[in-house]
Design a protein around this ligand. Structure first.
Ligand code: HH2
Length: 264
């Protein structure tokens, strides 16, 4: 899954695509590099980010989705707002990536339509909200709470008629988690991947990568090689979808691992 942020303030690539044409060109580049899914987002959810209005979010993502829709790419919308998801469904998307994990009642009211259209649904875990989530994240048992929440939301979706095969579960690295929480969740991926749902992992360029590299002050784009290593480790742990900025580098690392690793 290639990241396409149409925002002025995303932590690693904010402002990179300042026009619809630039966004379409970037999506085409991600697709050519081998991304199976393009994840379009109009709100930065980096720690400390202020929320954007639904109007502004729609203004950012809908024209881009309209241009991409006829090009035959699998489109994901990274949004936690039903008021943005609904018009995006009218344009035509394949996956709803909700960093709020389908907790909002407005998103739940959309479920009959999401079911009828067979949309893929990515349920992500976040403690708190982006503006304050890194203030003092706290868990008694981070794997139990995060993976338990994801299983609970999957059950809620399935009770509403969602096909389990349409559900992706994502522990939400960096969303209300300390470095140690992220590390523990990452180490818990292989056990989570034993469950019936596919797992999505989004660690690309994040602060946890910089910390694990031993270079906490590195610029986000300097974290691509280490992010590709993390993607390989996530895939080896059973993750099905990897949300990344550097698609070409990640794919090369995955191919290398597949070519050289001893079969298990
Ligand atoms: N991370 C970000 C945004 N959306 N969605 C899922 N499912 N999983 C993630 O880990 C995830 C996500 C944050 O990264 P990015 O989009 O690069 O930055 P920003 O939020 O600043 O736009």
């Amino acid at each position: 899954m290639g990241v396409l942020n149409v925002t002025p303030d995303s932590f690693s690539d904010g402002g990179l695509v300042a026009s619809v044409d630039a966004a379409v060109a970037r999506a085409a580049e991600l697709h050519r590099a081998g991304a199976d899914i393009i994840d379009v987002g109009g709100e930065s959810t980096r720690p400390g980010a202020a929320p954007v209005s639904p109007d502004e979010e729609r203004r950012r993502v809908l024209p881009v989705l309209r241009e991409l829709q006829p090009l035959g790419m699998v489109l994901s919308l990274d949004s936690r707002r039903a008021e943005v998801v609904e018009p995006a469904l009218d344009v035509g998307i394949d996956l709803v990536n909700d960093v709020d994990g389908f907790r909002s009642s407005a998103m739940q009211r959309l479920l009959p339509r999401l079911v009828a259209e067979g949309q893929g649904l990515c349920v992500m875990h976040m403690q708190g909200s982006p503006s304050t989530m890194q203030a003092s994240p706290h868990y008694a048992d981070v794997c139990g709470e995060v993976y338990g929440f994801l299983r609970g939301q999957a059950e809620m979706l399935e009770a509403a008629g969602v096909d389990p095969q349409s559900v992706l579960l994502d522990p939400g690295f960096g969303f209300g988690k300390t470095y140690t929480h992220n590390q523990t969740l990452f180490r818990g991926l292989s056990s989570a991947a034993q469950g019936p749902h596919a797992i999505l992992v989004g660690v690309s360029r994040k602060r946890m990568i910089a910390e694990a590299m031993g270079q906490p002050d590195s610029a986000p784009a300097q974290r691509d090689a280490a992010s590709a290593v993390a993607a390989v480790l996530a895939a080896q742990s059973g993750a099905s979808v990897l949300r990344v900025h550097d698609v070409a580098g990640t794919l090369a690392a995955l191919r290398l691992a597949a070519a050289l690793a001893a079969p298990v």
